[in-house]
Design a protein around this ligand. Structure first.
Ligand code: PLP
Length: 482
């Protein structure tokens, strides 16, 4: 006999799918950016959880009353802020199944399918990206990948592994040296354009993190000569350079560090090179963008967010490690793993901070199979084409300028004139709530970022966004000196 709760679930589950479909189908009609003040929500719901259960109808009614007024609609075709976050029907369906299976895959035995599908999916992905065989578990069974929650976690894990490797290497040649004497001398590097999570990783790991200066004339890319000079100066001062985080596709302007030049420097100095390609990484599945990843063969580890631009809903961060790195986060004795692994195709539990892990690879399996490589490539290319279309609209208007090369789906632009004029323009755009953008600072200039985000954005949305921007620019330029 069916239990009442299962009956309830079947009915409400189907209704929920309809609610989601209606939300996504009509998202364009909603104001993309909410009109609420901080603290808006507390007064709309009770101070405490209900003693007796509420009905499902009561909860659903409150979605429009309590939740939707405070939602920034990231999947609206008028959302152009930050970088995209992925959303697709196959991924949402797989997420439901993952939630239902609800296993915690911390070891092979804890759920073999969870461990094995993830290992194989990471290999599928590695092959889509044409990564060196070293990164693919199914070839030598040595390097490989793991799904993390976010790019910030991936960068931190790589940094911790690099710190561990550096200490072990020094102790191997100088066993009497106190470990604290080594860690206090370690120095890591990243670009001044790197995401703030890289600096935070240094703080969490308790190591110095130096920012390498970049400038506009070098397209905001770290130059080999600058890295080499900083390493030599730091070594001369008695420090131990051990980690460099390169960025492919920086957050402000989507700049690319020259890893073909930086990689050999890191390799010669035994510095761990990690590559953070949080946004741009997905584009490397297209042959025309794959050259941006040339130099990966020098890297020790590499991460990107499939939940940004590869149609796999949050949270889904790929981290791939070259084989050398394999054991660096493995505890020597493993008291937290009570079950022996009869077969261990992946040591992924040693490549992340939490022990527990969800069955996230199901999302990848559904998405890769139901889109196919061609479907995913088409989706990336469409966003890049729309970015180029927006770029040409900006270039055709003499009042505006483009602030950085448009390589993928991000256009950095500004009104020719003061920061004040541009800040006012952005404020007007966001207060209008029809479209949503965020700024960045490039060489001291206030710049507007127009990022292609939603899966459903079309040319008509881009043209409408540009119409709104130019109309507000007209107003701002009449009011302010520029
Ligand atoms: N690295 C880069 C280059 C990014 O652009 C971002 C976010 O946009 C991050 C790291 C942080 O990503 P996450 O939220 O996955 O930690």
């Amino acid at each position: 006999a069916k239990s009442p709760s299962m009956f309830h679930f079947r009915r409400r589950g189907k209704e929920m799918v309809d609610l989601i479909a209606d939300y996504l189908e009509n998202i364009e009609q909603r104001t993309v950016y909410p009109d609420v003040e901080p603290g808006y929500l507390r007064s709309l719901i009770p101070e405490e959880a209900p003693e007796d259960p509420d009905t499902y109808e009561d909860v659903v009614k409150d979605i429009e009353r309590v939740i939707m007024p405070g939602v920034t609609h990231w999947h609206s075709p008028y959302f152009y802020a930050y970088f995209p976050t992925a959303n697709s029907f196959p991924a949402m369906l797989a997420d439901m199944l993952s939630g239902a299976i609800g296993c915690i895959g911390f070891s092979w035995a804890a759920s073999p399918a969870c461990t094995e599908l993830e290992t194989v999916m990471m290999d599928w992905l590695g092959k889509m990206l044409k990564l060196p065989e070293d990164f693919i578990a199914g070839t030598h069974g040595q390097g490989g990948g793991v799904i993390q929650g976010t790019a910030s976690e991936a960068t931190l894990v790589a940094l911790l592994a690099a710190r561990c490797r550096a200490v072990r290497m020094i102790l191997a040649s100088d066993p009497q040296r106190p470990e604290t004497g080594i860690t206090s001398k370690l120095v890591a590097y990243s670009s001044d354009q790197a995401h703030c999570s890289v600096e935070r990783a240094g703080m969490i790991a308790g190591v110095r993190m130096k920012k390498i200066p970049t400038d506009q004339s070098d397209k905001y890319a770290v130059q080999g000569e600058t890295l080499r000079r900083m390493i030599q100066e730091d070594k001369a001062a008695g420090l131990i350079p051990f980690y460099f985080c390169a960025t492919l596709g920086t957050t402000p302007s989507c700049a690319f560090d020259h890893i073909t030049e930086l990689g050999p420097i890191c390799n010669a100095e035994k510095i761990w090179m990690h590559i953070d390609a949080a946004y741009a990484g997905s584009s490397f599945i297209c042959p025309e963008f794959r050259p941006l990843l040339n130099g990966i063969e020098f890297a020790d580890s590499f991460n990107f967010n499939a939940h940004k631009w590869l149609l796999v809903n949050f949270d889904y961060e790929f981290t791939l490690f070259a084989p050398l790195t394999l054991t660096h986060l493995s505890p020597s004795a493993s008291p937290c793993l009570p079950l022996p692994h009869p077969v261990s195709p992946s040591t992924s539990q040693h490549w992340q901070i939490p022990l527990g892990r969800r069955f996230r690879s199901l999302k990848m399996w559904f998405v890769f199979r139901m889109y196919g490589l061609k479907g995913l490539q088409d989706y990336i290319r469409k966003h890049v084409e729309l970015a180029k279309e927006f770029e040409s609209l900006v270039r055709a208007d003499q009042r505006f300028e483009i602030s950085a090369d448009v390589v993928l789906g991000l256009v950095c632009f500004r009104l020719k004139g003061s920061n004040e004029v541009n800040e006012t323009l952005l404020k007007r755009i966001n207060n209008g709530r029809k479209i949503h953008l965020v700024p960045c600072l490039l060489s001291g200039q206030f710049v507007l970022r127009f990022a292609l985000c939603a899966r459903t954005t079309e040319s008509r949305h881009i043209r409408e966004a540009w119409r709104l921007i130019t109309q507000l620019a007209e107003e701002v330029m009449q009011e302010l000196p520029h």
